[in-house]
Write a protein that binds this ligand. Structure first.
Ligand code: DX5
Ligand code: ZN
Length: 218
């Protein structure tokens, strides 16, 4: 892929002012919305109704990251809510390829996410079934954690397999992405960068998005 994408995570936004918080990231490529069910991860956030409202209010596409159990049953609801991409966790899906096909029929881009401890190898044979691979660079559940440098070889292996198979699959990294870490992730082969605290805690989020974009492309 020859283009980089910056997806601010609204997990660190001020939820009482969500409309303005979406406007703050209008120069980004998509708004990353972290859906958590308090079972797959020990935290609880938004449901499909909230995603639907975010979609209708957002000036940019919506990238839903589902950290929820029973993905096979729930993920289609988020596609119907109007998200542009729906990413479910491999660990939470009984039939990931079947689910990916069902989601694609609903005209969303489909992502598959891996927790830090989940190996990439079993997925490589079927990687063409997905539009995006999300390699978590923190343990999912909370914003503001440190980037796990140990995930860089996993990103490299995934990128090598995707190039070798001549596929157009994006690699998204999520967790601890900042000015300090984005270049290493890009260098390893990631091209979609989720950043929550780095963008929402910055005094000027438009400037921070531009800086991250430049560093990713460097
Ligand atoms: C964590 C979420 C992330 C989170 C990233 O489980 O998936 O999207 O918001 O936050 P930062 O960028 O602060 O690590
Ligand atoms: Zn996320």
């Amino acid at each position: 892929t020859d283009r980089d994408f910056i997806h601010p995570s609204i997990l660190n936004a001020d939820f009482m002012r969500i409309g303005e918080e979406l406007d703050r990231i209008g120069t980004a490529d998509a708004a990353h919305v972290d859906v958590m069910d308090n079972h797959f991860v020990p935290n609880l956030t938004f449901g499909a109704d909230m995603v639907e409202q975010i979609v209708s209010r957002s000036p940019i596409p919506v990238d839903a990251h589902l950290m929820i159990e029973e993905a096979d049953r729930h993920a289609p609801v988020f596609a119907e809510a109007g998200a542009d991409s729906v990413t479910f966790h491999l660990e939470a899906a009984k039939a990931p390829v079947r689910l990916a096909r069902e989601l694609r029929r609903k005209n969303v881009a489909v992502g598959v996410a891996l927790r830090p401890a989940t190996p990439i190898e079993p997925l490589l044979d079927v990687i063409g079934e997905f539009d995006m691979l999300l390699i978590m660079t923190v343990e999912p559940g909370f914003g503001g954690q440190s980037f796990l440098e140990g995930m860089l070889p996993k990103i490299r292996r995934a990128r090598a397999a995707i190039s070798e198979a001549n596929l157009e699959v994006s690699i998204q990294v999520d967790g601890g992405v900042s000015r300090e870490t984005i270049e290493r992730a890009a260098d390893a082969g990631a091209n979609v960068f989720v950043a929550g605290s780095a963008i929402y805690k910055a005094p000027d989020s438009v400037e921070e998005i531009a800086v991250l974009r430049d560093l990713a492309a460097a």
